[in-house]
Ligand binder design. Structure first.
Ligand code: UP5
Ligand code: MG
Length: 195
């Protein structure tokens, strides 16, 4: 795709920072398709004849990054399907979480417009995830997995944020506030860049 055909905003931030919550707000108010890489992987894991089911299950529980071939293919397919239905604006949530994915996506699919980065203290994210874990049924919403997800985020995903920051393509949102206040920051960032 060219940047004229399709615009992509990457939504990055630690586990439980509120990416999915705020993407849902943006979908409600603007014309975006929300693609959560984690949701796509969980759906693939549960698809009955997927050859990647066991692999995805293991990586998610251990808080590790699934090999890019799997995730990039799922995103490419989802974007293609929506594009064919006339959709042009995408929020790519929770991706790219590793440098190789960032490079491959921008080379093989489309360069991102910018990255919305959700900055949140670990203590706040931990509290949110443990609370959500009471009902989410997610295999990684437990203390052991959460600690591993935090470590992967710092070691592997923050370098991606730094990479885009060096290109002047990051807008940081401070997430340790109530949902409406966070959304005001998100809306301002998106309006400024897209509309
Ligand atoms: N909440 C949200 N905002 C709040 C606020 N302002 N005040 C109070 N509460 C707030 O929110 C989390 C919880 O907090 C919710 O209960 C919400 O109500 C509350 P949510 O919006 O779900 O946060 P989000 O940032 O989306 O958290 P999530 O757990 O989805 O983040 P992760 O990035 O960890 O999860 P994801 O699904 O993206 O990835 C899971 C795993 O998949 C990864 O660990 C990895 O193993 C794998 N993966 C890959 O391998 N490759 C990829 O490219 C992507 C994922
Ligand atoms: Mg999410």
């Amino acid at each position: 795709f060219s940047e004229k055909e399709v615009s992509v905003i990457f939504v990055l931030g630690g586990p439980g920072a509120g990416k999915g919550t705020q993407c849902a707000n943006l979908v409600r108010d603007f014309q975006f398709v929300h693609l959560s890489a984690g949701d796509l992987l969980r759906a693939e894991q549960n698809r009955s004849n997927s050859k990647y089911g066991e692999l995805i299950k293991h990586y998610i529980k251990e808080g590790l990054i699934v090999p890019q071939e799997v995730t990039v293919a799922l995103l490419k397919q989802a974007i293609q399907e929506s594009y064919e239905k006339g959709q042009k604006r995408f929020l790519v949530d929770g991706f790219p979480r590793k440098m190789d994915q960032a490079v491959t996506f921008e080379e093989e699919i489309v360069p991102s417009k910018f990255t919305l980065f959700f900055d949140c203290p670990e203590s706040v994210m931990l509290k949110r995830l443990l609370e959500r874990g009471k009902t989410s049924g997610r295999s990684d919403d437990n203390v052991e997995s959460i600690k591993k997800r935090f470590k992967t985020f710092i070691d592997t995903s923050m370098p991606v944020v730094k990479h885009f920051e060096e290109q002047g393509k990051v807008v940081t949102v401070s997430c340790d506030h109530d949902m409406n206040e966070v959304y005001n920051q998100v809306k301002a960032a998106v309006k400024d860049k897209i509309l």
